[in-house]
Design a protein around this ligand. Structure first.
Ligand code: MCA
Ligand code: AMP
Length: 498
């Protein structure tokens, strides 16, 4: 048996000397370099005792070496578990406890922060730095070359990505080799990728967007990426002349529009500009087209499903919609158990080779989010028109999407409620021109308590990644509730919104 995902990446691979990644400081990593380093990473993982099926968690800064670690895990038959670099130690404790990784790879600067982690089943800890340094790189540097990829079938796991989900704590979405391969294959075809493409890659590589939609699609096409470590609008504008494709979250586009250098001329060599992860305002779409001549192609996906729908590459791109189902992906809308015709508003449900294998060690939650006929219940509300274009009109799940990151209000509320002086809180998303939505907390103090916003903000800093922390903390005497006792978040959004 072959290694399903690696075999397909190899099949699309151009000559080994062709460029895969170029970094902002001019470092070039060819396909040959990448596969060679990935094989030595795989050998190092095996030497460290990582066996097929073991989880390898990584909280590391973006660099080409991280791509080699990801591919090394795939080659070794391990399950890659990338973690947001913004997570605090308290957040890491949860992920390590839940996923029980065999190995945890962190930035050298965070080595001390993770000391003693995973008390009941401590992982081995190695380091990997953005400058290509760290103990794992030392090991890979002297590892024997020519690792033969471990046999893995289409249904074997390649990755677990944690998602905020609809209820409860963050859950690990189990993604198989074929989940990832089928989506990369489809996106390469429908978006017309070839070996001549050059993608501006300014996204983080610990989420679906930057890792699978961007990196896997490029690998399948044998194309190249200009790696920008953190999105910097001026740098991205400067790179447009050397690139053919840009992928980003809506905040990228609103920030790019503030750059004088964003002109028709600067973007003349581009063939495609893609947005996803959060709703793109029709107004941003129109402004971007007026400035550059490019109609942004919006698509829709989830951690659990990779990509589901996309506006067409050749054909009408309709602003405000997320386009048509991708080939091989079934998308339907339901309400009260009935499948809806065009025009109705209902729950978006998805079935196809892209849909994940379930939540890690959580069969009950997995069962609860699939229908009897195998559709995944997305938690998004949508409607589609006669031509089949889907529009996401809202979310059935209580979630805030800020700058493309999802924040689960319950998690933030639990942290705030645990503070002395706080009786209860409600976390909501308020419209924000830069981030789409900004996290806000509405807090009720305990009688007589004097806790203020600065004290709450300081306490949360220890516990929550920055993007989850409220941009505004507001105080009220009591939270509005309906007759069932449920907090009326819509009322709060109205009261504190613009
Ligand atoms: C950073 N901060 C944020 C965000 N990012 N606050 C709210 N929302 C955010 N998204 C906070 C930091 O904690 C910090 O706060 C302050 O803002 C400045 O941090 P900095 O790192 O300088 O921020 P930035 O460089 O301006 O980042 C904004 C960004 C970034 C470029 C929009 O968040 C980003 O790259 N987002 C992309 C997310 C993404 O890849 N999503 C895909 C998920 P303090 O000063 O208090 O410390 S995959 C997905 O959704 C699905 C499957 C799909 O369809 O793709
Ligand atoms: P996550 O899997 O947690 O990264 O986020 C997936 C969620 O992001 C989806 O369920 C949608 O709510 C949202 N999303 C992704 N792409 C879009 C889009 N183009 N328009 C609106 N919402 C989107």
């Amino acid at each position: 048996m072959i290694n399903h995902l690696m075999a397909e990446i190899r099949a699309g691979m151009p000559a080994p000397e062709r460029r895969l990644i170029e970094t902002s400081d001019g470092r070039v990593i060819s396909y040959g370099d990448m596969l060679g380093l990935a094989a030595r990473m795989a050998r190092s993982l095996a030497d460290l005792g990582v066996e097929p099926g073991d989880r390898v968690a990584a909280q590391v800064e973006k660099s080409p070496e991280v791509v080699a670690l990801y591919l090394g895990c795939v080659m070794a038959g391990a399950v890659y578990l990338p973690l947001n670099t913004a997570y605090t130690r308290a957040e890491l404790d949860y992920f390590v406890g839940d996923a029980a990784p065999r190995l945890l790879v962190v930035d050298p600067g965070r080595r001390e922060t993770v000391a003693g982690i995973g008390a009941s089943a401590p992982p081995t800890i190695e380091t990997l730095g953005a400058a290509g340094d760290g103990t794992l790189m030392d090991k890979a540097g002297v590892a024997a070359p020519g690792f033969v990829p471990v046999a893995r079938g289409p249904d074997d796991l390649a990755a677990i990505l944690y998602t905020s989900g609809t209820t409860g704590r963050s859950k690990g979405a189990m993604l198989s080799h074929e989940n990832l391969a089928s989506n990369a294959r489809t996106l390469k075809d429908v978006w017309g990728f070839s070996g001549d493409d050059v993608l501006i890659h300014a996204l983080p590589i610990f989420h679906t967007h930057g890792l699978f939609v961007a990196t896997n699609t490029i690998l399948f096409a044998g194309a190249a990426m200009l790696f920008v470590r953190r999105f910097d609008p001026a740098e991205v504008v400067g790179l447009l002349r050397r690139a053919t494709v840009l992928m980003g979250v809506p905040t990228f586009y609103t920030r790019l529009l503030q750059q004088d250098g964003l002109t028709r001329e600067a973007a003349a060599g581009m063939r495609l500009v893609i947005s996803g992860s959060a709703p793109l305002l029709a107004e941003t779409h129109a402004e971007f087209e007026a400035r550059t001549g490019h109609a942004i192609l919006e698509r829709y996906g989830m951690t659990e499903t990779n990509m589901n729908t996309s506006n067409p590459y050749a054909g009408r791109r309709v602003a405000g919609t997320v386009g048509l189902p991708l080939p091989g992906v079934e998308v339907r809308l339901t309400a009260e158990g009935r499948v809806l015709p065009p025009g109705g508003i209902g729950m978006v449900e998805i079935r196809g080779p892209n849909v994940f294998k379930g939540y890690w060690r959580n069969p009950e939650k997995t069962r609860a989010e699939f229908t009897a006929d195998g559709f995944f219940v997305s938690g998004d509300l949508g409607t589609y028109d006669e031509a089949g274009y889907l529009t996401i009109v809202g979310r059935g799940k209580d979630i805030v999407i800020t700058g493309g990151y999802n924040v689960y209000p319950k998690e933030v509320e639990s942290e705030i409620d645990a503070l002395d002086g706080v009786l209860e809180s409600a976390v909501i998303g308020l419209p924000d021109t830069d981030l789409g939505e900004a996290v806000a907390a509405v807090v009720v103090r305990e009688p007589g308590a004097a806790i203020d916003d600065a004290a709450i903000a300081a306490a949360l800093k220890e516990r929550l990644a920055g993007y989850k922390r409220p941009k505004r903390i507001l105080f009220v005497d009591e939270l509005p509730r309906n007759t069932m006792g449920k907090v009326q978040k819509a009322t709060l959004r109205q009261r504190f919104g613009p």
